[in-house]
Structure formats: C-alpha cells, structure tokens
Design a protein around this ligand. Sequence first.
Ligand code: GLN
Length: 303
Amino acid sequence: MNYERLLHRIVAEIAPSIGAGRVADYIPALAEVDPGLFGMAVATAEGGLYGVGDWQTPMSIQSVSKVFSLALVLEREGERIWRRVGREPSGDPFNSLLQLEHDRGIPRNPFVNAGALVVTDRLLTLTGDARGAVLGFLQAETASKSVDFAPAVAASEAEHGHRNAALAHLIADYGNLENTVEAVLEHYQWQCSIMMTCAELAQAGLFLVRHGVASDGSRLLSRSDAKRLNAALLTCGTYDSAGEVAYRVGLPAKSGVGGAILAVVPNRCALAVWGPGLDDSGNSVAGIAALDAFTTSTGWSVF
Ligand code: GLN
C-alpha cells in the first residue's frame, strides 16, 4: 500500500470539504483556530507513519481523550465501569442533560460528556490523578514529550463549563460520582485540553489496532475488552452521527469538537484526521469526508 500517494489523492478529492462546517466557538481558544487547516495521519501496525497536510500541527484533542480515559479504567478493573455507564448510542447531542435525568444518572455511554465524567471520576479514584494518567499514557504511546496540556484551554473550559457542571451535579445527585463535582470537572477539563498532532494521535490509537497491546508490547487491555471498546466506538464514538459514520466510514471512531477524529482499522492501522470545521453533530466535516474516502478507496472496514 502506498500510503503517501493515497493520502495526497484523498486531500485532492475532499478539497471542497476543507474549511466547510462551523468551528467550535464555545471557548475562544477553539474559535480562533483557522478553519482551513487539515491534516491526516496513518500509523500502521508494522510501525509505519505517514501523513499529509497539517498532520504535524498540535491541535486540541477534546473528546478524543474519552477513549484513553476509558481504556485506562478498563485496564485497571475491566467490566466494572459498565455498572455506572451504559453502552447504547445516545441519539442526543453530546452534552445533553435530558437523557441523563430520564436514565436516572446513568449516562447512556462513555463517549457523551456525562459518561466521560463518570469514567474520569472512576479513573480519579483508581489513580489519584486522572488527568496525569491520561497524559502519561499518551506520552508513553507516542514516545513524545511535546504531548501536553494546554492550560489556557483548560481554564477556558472551566469558565464556560456550566453545562458540564450541570451534568456532573445531576450525576452526583443520583449518587453516581465518587469524588467531588469540582475535582471531576477539573480532571475532565484538563484531559480535554491535551494538545497532539495527527501523527501522535494515530500512534496513540495503535493499541486498539493491536487488540489491546500497548506500544512497549505489554498488554493494556484484554483482547475481549479491546474488541468491546472498538464496538462502543463504532456505535457511540461520533455522537448522534454514529449511524451515518458507520454507513460512510465503517470503522470504530471517536471525534472531538476541536475537529479531530481517531479511527481504527483492526490489525492494520490507526487513522487520525483533523479539520476544525464541524457539522451539526460536532464531527469534523473534512475529517469524515477523508475517512469516507480512505475506506471507500481501500475497501477497509469492519464490515
Ligand atoms: N471539552 C468539550 C466539552 O466538554 C469536549 C466536547 C467534545 O469534544 N465533544 O464540552
């Protein structure tokens, strides 16, 4: 497979989508990002790394961090977390409060904000430092010291985080938080603020390509937990567009409002795409188009 050539072909094909969509504007740090940026990286199971466009520019991973916090909880205690968070697609916006009350404080899945707050809460209990655990994992998997928090983004998230605070309080009211609302919000906001390049994000996703094996060859997740994490990503990883993404892309994927998407081709490679313009569900318009073009061209999908 000539990845370089394929990636350049994809960029040409999706050019009309680059710059399309709306940049997240709930915090200044995201609103100021140039909507015309676009990057895509492929990290292969054999150790290859390929990219195109702005694939080496750090970006805010935002909700993609939810994959890693969940993996770290599953690593430590396997299935237990599923008593506190569901595994069904939400069909509602990622920051919706409505469903949470209806479901009596048990978030629909770990990839909507409510679910990620519960996962971060558990990781905080298990490690004493949830945000540090996520950052440490990402630095180890990418062998990079430049992967780091963006304190200004975290502070901005806190300032504009009324909805997440409301979700956390509602979860606490139903008895589904172990730590204080303040501590959980802080660790969640910092984990969302992590900056990575597409190259690094693709490398960080390789443990899901290798069925749970980390970059140093150790087993992070059981084969079964890795398979199930991929299943949850396919059904819930792209908010209320997960059906559309399964149809167009056919891969487990997680998106973030910074415009990043991490996608997994089991056994073969991890893909990271980034385009700050979002569709109505909060997924990168150019990113989805690029993943669609990639899987359509290669025929690689989980189906
Ligand atoms: N930091 C964002 C929030 O909590 C992350 C949401 C997202 O990327 N969808 O609102």
